[in-house]
Design a protein around this ligand. Structure first.
Ligand code: ADP
Ligand code: MG
Length: 261
């Protein structure tokens, strides 16, 4: 396992239409760290994440994933190393059945037969999807929470070392959201989680990075930034529910974080 699987130095990115989406980002993430990436809409979270497996290539600055700079010639290695889970699972699932979808990535990596089957079963078990019940189902006909878990299984099946999630809890009902949180907690991988769900960030991540207009404006302890409502408002964010409601009884709020304001 790499000590520093993600290393970003002075990364800037301008879209072809001239939008300056990232400005001088420096970020280093250690192995098995779980880091929340928060910021208002348009602050650059998705653009940053798209650089981490080379969907976008750095224009200025450098990104090193594992031991490989993000450049065209390293893309295959980088995509095996970093699994990206898109916000909308409909953009991720495209094979006719659940089984084929989860098998697609490892097949591309060259796995066949028993090895392939074992990889698919392992990934389905990790997300708690029963292969007997779901294997032959059409992915179009599943609930949002099921689709999300299968999209994650498809990424896990490639055995990545880093998972990058874009808004993993968006559009999930409370029960599916809870299952997702428990799932992410159970995965012993480096994770970078872009989210508007600040309670999720508090529960899962010791470290939070705040983006504002393409810049890192905070990188430190999650509890510290979440308990600073002035700073959050300044960057168009709201305090997590478990900090902002008196006598908060949210089941999701970790007990030690239920505080009076
Ligand atoms: P976030 O994920 O934090 O909401 P994004 O990374 O999607 O932010 O967007 C950062 C900035 O880049 C925004 O100003 C957004 O409008 C712009 N942007 C995103 N995608 C594109 C694109 N394909 N072309 C031009 N501008 C884009
Ligand atoms: Mg986004």
């Amino acid at each position: 396992m790499h000590h520093n699987p993600i290393f970003i130095e002075n990364l800037s990115y301008i879209y072809p239409d001239g939008t300056h989406a990232l400005r001088g980002i420096n970020l280093s993430i250690k192995a098995t760290e779980r880091v929340a990436l928060i910021g208002a809409n348009g602050s650059g979270k998705s653009t940053l994440q798209l650089h981490l497996n080379g969907i976008l290539l750095p224009e200025e600055g450098e990104i090193i994933i594992g031991e490989w700079p993000v450049r065209k010639e390293n893309l295959q290695k980088i995509r095996n190393f970093v699994g990206l889970v898109f916000q909308n699972p409909d953009n991720q699932l495209f094979m006719p059945t659940v089984w084929e979808d989860v098998a697609f990535g490892p097949m591309n990596q060259g796995l066949r037969d028993k090895e392939l089957t074992a990889r698919v079963l392992q990934a389905m078990a990790a997300v708690n999807i029963d292969p007997e019940r779901y294997g032959q189902r059409n992915t179009d006909n599943l609930s949002g929470g099921e689709k999300k878990r299968i999209a994650i299984a498809g990424v896990l099946a490639m055995n990545p070392q880093v998972l990058v999630f874009d808004e993993p809890s968006a559009q999930l009902d409370p029960r599916s959201r809870r299952q997702l949180i428990e799932l992410l907690k159970s995965l012993p991988l480096t994770q970078l989680i872009a989210t508007h769900d600040l309670d999720l960030a508090l529960e899962l991540c010791d470290r939070t990075v705040v983006l504002s207009q393409g810049q890192v404006v905070y990188d430190g302890a999650t509890e510290q930034v979440m308990s600073d409502p002035d700073f959050l408002v300044q960057h168009s964010l709201e305090s997590p529910l478990c900090y902002s409601r008196p006598y908060c009884q949210l089941e999701d709020a970790p007990v030690k974080k239920r505080v009076l304001v």
